[in-house]
Design a protein around this ligand. Structure first.
Ligand code: SAM
Length: 283
């Protein structure tokens, strides 16, 4: 790495409460040659609040590939740059990935200045297991894609987290309630660090009711955390008795009907019965 290169600082900024910024972040925003910001007007409010007199240029999702090439050239000339997004940590469902990748590939030192991040703030106050978790970013936008998405995660045993907007929070919970069991625990973390911060931990059925019934619960920004599925090992395979019933039914009716009836009679999971039916059919 050339010592003549400038440094790229990835600076986390507040997700609501302006006091949530580190001393180091403020110093960095003051000292860099300029700031690459998702929205220059937005960052200006933060700069004004802290009396930071520095210039910013736009780096948003519509220009970031092209703009990043120019920014890396500036870094290679020896200028230092702070990368910020509108809120929280850049790159986390925010612009910045192309710039950081190009900078690293070019041998530029990339320095994280850690701070707020909505998903981490939500996890820290959720009271759900966080030893392992999966961050999903934003959900798909159509109902059918969302249901498919939930179905794929139905049996995942670890905590998962996603971001959602006020326009889609109710629809997202409605779709989730069609796929996941009603008693699955979820946490809705709304407006974290802001005036109307609300962090509710309850089961899916109740959460849906709360959001549907309360207009305020559909406003603002949301992080949703879902408890992982609890795995009962006895549910991972069919018992001999369950398989026997499935075989008998398959001799009399279609796979679809046999699976539905076997699920009804034995209480086994449809997914397992369906897989077993396909295996039996292939033999
Ligand atoms: N980079 C940001 C971070 O570190 O959290 C996330 C940016 S992403 C474009 C914006 C989404 O993050 C919002 O739609 C919402 O889901 C979540 N979010 C951001 N601020 C939030 C807050 N104060 N409370 C709850 N969710 C928030």
């Amino acid at each position: 790495m050339s010592t003549k290169y400038g440094e790229l600082y990835v600076v986390a900024t507040p997700i609501g409460n302006l006091a949530d910024i580190s001393f180091r972040a403020i110093e960095t925003l003051k000292q860099v040659d300029f700031i690459a910001a998702e929205d220059t007007r937005h960052i200006q409010m933060l700069l004004n609040h802290y009396g930071i007199h520095n210039k910013s240029i736009a780096l948003h999702q519509h220009n970031e590939e092209k703009a990043s090439v120019g920014l890396v050239a500036k870094l290679q000339e020896g200028l230092s740059i702070a990368l910020v997004s509108d809120a929280g940590t850049p790159l986390l469902s925010d612009p910045g990935m192309p710039l950081v990748k190009m900078a690293k590939d070019a041998g530029v030192r990339v320095v994280p200045i850690p701070g707020p991040c909505a998903l981490i703030a939500a996890l820290s106050a959720a009271g759900l297991p966080v030893t392992q978790f999966v961050f999903e970013g934003f959900l798909p936008r159509t109902s059918s894609a969302r249901k498919a998405f939930f179905n794929e995660r139905l049996e995942r045993p670890i905590t998962w987290v996603f971001y959602e907007s006020s326009h889609r929070i109710l629809a997202a919970l409605q779709d989730m309630a069609e796929v996941l069991p009603q008693n699955r625990l979820i946490v809705i973390a709304r407006e974290i660090t802001k005036l109307h911060e609300t962090i509710i931990k309850t089961n899916l059925g109740h959460a849906l009711q709360l959001v549907a019934d309360d207009a305020n619960m559909k406003k603002g920004e949301f992080v949703v955390i879902v408890e992982g599925a609890s795995i009962d090992k006895s549910e991972l395979a069919l018992t001999a008795e369950q398989e026997k019933i499935l075989k008998i039914l398959m001799a009399e009716c279609s796979i679809k009907t046999a699976v539905a009836m076997a699920a009804e009679i034995t209480g086994a999971r449809k997914k397992l019965l369906y897989q077993a039916a396909l295996d039996l059919h292939a033999d």
